[in-house]
Design a protein. Structure first.
Length: 154
């Protein structure tokens, strides 16, 4: 590095000094640009973080509890992130079995004749529900932070 620049000084002394001046100018321009870049990157980072937070909060709000009502009466709420099997008892007998697994709730068993609730796909998002009409069982996903309008009205 030092030897190369020494050679340049000997052979093209004047050109080097003008080049140096140009380089210095460029450097000044670069540092100014870098400052701007830092501000720009800072804003970009803030936007990215804000977006990430919005996404994460939005994702969390996508439903993390399951609420069960039987005959329009509150039966219980369950954590959607906790794997569990919930036997739903009506009058001392288990009529429906709800399985919570992988953040989804699925009706696995029911003694109803139509079996519509059992055939229903598993639910995981706020507002989704599984209804067992014959047993009057309603399973719905609710957000922890934002209560649903329905439950506020009740
Ligand atoms: Zn059913």
């Amino acid at each position: 590095m030092s030897r190369q620049s020494g050679n340049k000084i000997r052979s093209k002394g004047t050109e080097k000094s003008s080049r140096e001046a140009a380089a210095a100018k460029r450097n000044r321009g670069l540092s100014r640009l870098q400052k701007k870049d830092f501000i720009f990157l800072g804003i970009l980072a803030l936007v990215a973080i804000a977006f990430l937070l919005w996404f994460l909060l939005g994702y969390r709000k996508s439903g993390n509890r399951v609420e069960i009502t039987v005959d329009d009466e509150f039966y219980g709420t369950y954590d959607l992130n906790e794997e569990q099997e919930i036997p739903i008892e009506i009058g001392g007998t288990v009529t429906n079995i709800l399985l919570i697994r992988d953040g989804e709730a699925d009706m696995t068993e029911a003694d109803c004749p139509d079996q519509i609730c059992v055939r229903h796909v598993s639910i995981s998002h706020v507002g989704e529900n599984i209804v067992c009409l014959p047993n009057r069982v309603v399973v719905s996903v609710t957000g922890e932070e934002e209560p649903q309008l329905d439950s506020v009205a009740q």
